[in-house]
Design a protein. Structure first.
Length: 112
């Protein structure tokens, strides 16, 4: 899948990672975007539009500072894991920026 937010990077076809999208930077660093991470990123784009440029800058910084990154929805159960790669969740990007979205999901009130 092609993600418009990452068009400045080269998308790499990777037969070992059909569930995730693989990109490479001009300096040879590479990273993967899992669908769950991208879904969370889109939520940030919708709910925190004013902060979205800073979020993308922070993602770019992680990619430039680390040779191999997997952006995952959940580091405890990533879709894709590869030796030598660090895992980052959306909150690893947004928390240091003090960009928060309140999780209002809760269990059902029915059945009491």
């Amino acid at each position: 899948m092609k993600y418009e937010e990452f068009e400045k990077y080269t998308q790499i076809e990777d037969s070992t990672s059909w569930m995730v999208t693989h990109y490479e930077t001009s300096n040879g660093h590479d990273f993967y975007i899992e669908p769950g991470f991208y879904y969370a990123l889109q939520g940030m784009k919708e709910k925190k539009e004013e902060d979205f440029p800073r979020i993308m800058e922070a993602i770019d910084k992680v990619v430039m500072e680390n040779e191999h990154v997997i952006f995952t929805a959940n580091y405890e159960t990533p879709f894709f894991d590869k030796d030598g790669y660090i895992l980052r969740e959306i909150t690893d990007i947004t928390d240091p920026l003090c960009v928060f979205v309140e999780d209002k999901s809760r269990g059902s009130d029915y059945g009491d």
